[in-house]
Design a binder for this molecule. Sequence first.
Ligand code: ADP
Ligand code: ZN
Length: 512
Amino acid sequence: MLDTARDALRTIFGFPDFRGVQAQVVARVLAGERTLAVMPTGAGKSLTYQLPATLMEGTCVVVSPLIALMHDQLRAAEAVGIRAATLTSADSNRADTIDRFRAGALDLLYVAPERASGEGFRNLLSQAKLCLFAIDEAHCVSEWGHDFRPDYRLLRPLLDRFADVPRLALTATADAHTRADILDQLGIAPDGLIVAGFDRPNIRYAITPRDNTTRQIADLVAAQPGPGIVYAPTRAATEKLAEMLGRGGRAVRAYHAGLDPAIRAGNQAAFVASEDMVMVATVAFGMGIDKPDVRFVAHAGLPKSIEAYYQETGRAGRDGDPAEAHLFWGADDFARARQRLGEVEPHRQAGERQRLAALAGLVETAECRRAILLRYFGETPPEACGNCDNCLAPPATVDASVVAQKYLSAVFRTGQMFGSGYVEQVLTGQSSERSLTNGHEALSVWGVATADEAALLKPVGRALLLRDALRTNAHGGLEFGPGARGLLKGGETLRLVVPPKRERRRRGGGTA
Ligand code: ADP
Ligand code: ZN
């Protein structure tokens, strides 16, 4: 069976062999077994249903959440001669597609989940032979997943209506909870789970606290000659950063959903064709783009989750040559993420909180970044990879528990209403009109930080926010969060990576 498939792989797709778990997944599909394949982006998920669809009698129904993505896949399938069509509200040739389906002249039929659940569609499916249900982005079925879509819940009745048709669920999302939920929701037995290796050994991971984003990213861009992507959190930040980076003489374009479609498409095409262009983009950029020689991916802010980080950094180095992924983060990213958490529907909060905690663990660690990533994806990697910032230059750590206690005391004694800058002023005893009027210079915490401790105040403030020991109120003032107690009273320790010595800011004109 697999030999026939391998022949088809060569003749139809022109690939010499399967990659990774593809063979395993294809074999299960051909044997009619229900399967959940967890494979990272770029691992070749589409092939695992496209290939069987060409070999098996009948049509493979592909459920996919994004019309744009469907059309990309349609084009790719048609390019290798697979008979495929999409059935969406955006298609004007629906009648023709339905005719082709009924006549058994389609290998693949792409549909959106909301259509799949309709009565009319169910009737349509009973009018021709089906060979497979492929459910793309299957994590959308889980409330534990990072992208729950209620429409996906409507798939189960359809799948069960055609219970003899094998089902193949596909996702790049990998936390254990979500996986178990997908299996459950889609009626796939636990032994139908196949997980691909997630390691991308040629990508060097580095994660640094933000200090001057523009300068940090400009330095990174200057050191990297090849094409690269810089992810910025907002449309405005994208344009601003693109403008600043462009001043260095490098070819730089911006990409976000607010741009005129023609300009956006033009920028994307220019990037794909270029050998040294930097694309400053929101996360809208990158999906469905096949550019193997991206040499670096930088994040100017915290990604949404570890999955998102993995997926976005995974756009670097698909050709297997060395590539770099550099994330710059700030405590305010976590504060904002936590705020958004409050707006999430109650049933999704636990999952979101866990995702955020995992991200905090990744950015804060003094251990191997890759080990943390791969462990998150359920693998058991070696303790050190030799190709991340922490492996290459193991950071020294300090016990910052006492500084943390002083910091929290200062926040408490000043009434839980001032921002980090002022709290630092109090702790280092820098007199100002404000501290005088507030009467804070008489407090026991006034000037209580030693010179060594003063250097730790910023990272400690960041760590406290990240641990939810401190929270920011609507006016930027710091107040206690649930994590404060353990550090103040519960004997918890706070170990921190020693902050890197920064270049002293140049002061114009002065003599030392
Ligand atoms: P995913 O959906 O998992 O992100 P795709 O299905 O888009 O990945 O495939 C990623 C790329 O890998 C595509 O360019 C595809 O043609 C290529 N590819 C898939 N399978 C193979 C293979 N066995 N050998 C070589 N290239 C492959
Ligand atoms: Zn490492």
